[in-house]
Design a protein around this ligand. Sequence first.
Ligand SMILES: Nc1nc2c(c(=O)[nH]1)N[C@H]1C(S)=C(S)[C@@H](COP(=O)(O)O)O[C@H]1N2
Ligand SMILES: [Mo]
Length: 331
Amino acid sequence: MKNKIPSSAITPEKIYRQRREIMKKAGVGVGLSAVAAPSAGALFGLFGDDEPAQPDVAVYQPKPLTISKKVPNNLTEKLTPESKVTSHNNFYEFGTNKTDPIENSKLFNPEPWTIEIDGEVKQKVTLDMDAIFKQHAIEERIYRLRCVEAWSMVIPWLGFPLAALLKQVKPTSKAKYVAFQTLYDPERMPGQNSRFSSIPFPYVEGLTMAEAMHPLTLMSVGLYGKTLPAQNGAPLRLVVPWKYGFKSIKSIVKITLTEQQPPTTWQALAPNEYGFYANVNPEVDHPRWSQGSERRINDGFRAERIPTLMFNGYQDEVASLYKGLDLRKFY
Ligand SMILES: Nc1nc2c(c(=O)[nH]1)N[C@H]1C(S)=C(S)[C@@H](COP(=O)(O)O)O[C@H]1N2
Ligand SMILES: [Mo]
């Protein structure tokens, strides 16, 4: 961007309106793309030098969080540096290239925020982040994150078990699944602008009740000691470490307990490539690439190629959830 305007010289709202005008004028249609295919993300780059500058510094800054407990783990791998965790992202609401989310979320302010929990519950609730922080002690949990695209990271998440949140609403006996929904607000999430979007929005995900109640399943509110950066799913996202990353839905506004299996974004888009379960499994390849190994993103210039572990290395904890299930059929 050669005509970069210093953030001090222009208000974020003004930049944002200019950006939207340009996007409208550009009027380029986009076809369907899958997670790993080169895709519509390039469109954000199409504007080149005409693209109004995003502010140098994001309007929302992650804040330090008080950690009440560091949950022990047996990970021997090194943490992925914070700079990589926050700059190599999948968050299609802000574009499809890995560096789009950090660039295109600089105007996104996740405050204030509310999340609604309803469906098969005895006590439906709407919570703001203050209520969430009051009700839940924040734990640090270091987990591997394995993307279906065969890259991975090791991330120190902050959060609390999803089970604690679900117990609060008292699930009925009919609650068999948990459905999650990301914010839908194309004004604030430019990748949702219909002309540029490559997947349907809002992004939706789901878990079985047993998966949702599993102690490893985390509602994350932060990473690396602070609240979540916008590009990582501020202010509240799911982290399910034994499943492919696309299950870990970001910026959640709604959780609904259901009797029937809920639709999920990638499964709806390409059911032969992405399943509802999406458990990390080196023995079940993606139709277009092997899942036997992965590129571990680390502090070096080149990611290291390492073997992928069954259930992403969480086999001892979670294998019992899938006893008797044909993991080739239920991928
Ligand atoms: N709402 C929403 N959630 C999402 C995605 C997305 O595009 N939109 N991408 C998923 C994918 S494919 C991955 S790998 C992880 C990436 O999380 P990270 O960027 O924090 O590493 O977020 C998941 N959650
Ligand atoms: Mo992913």
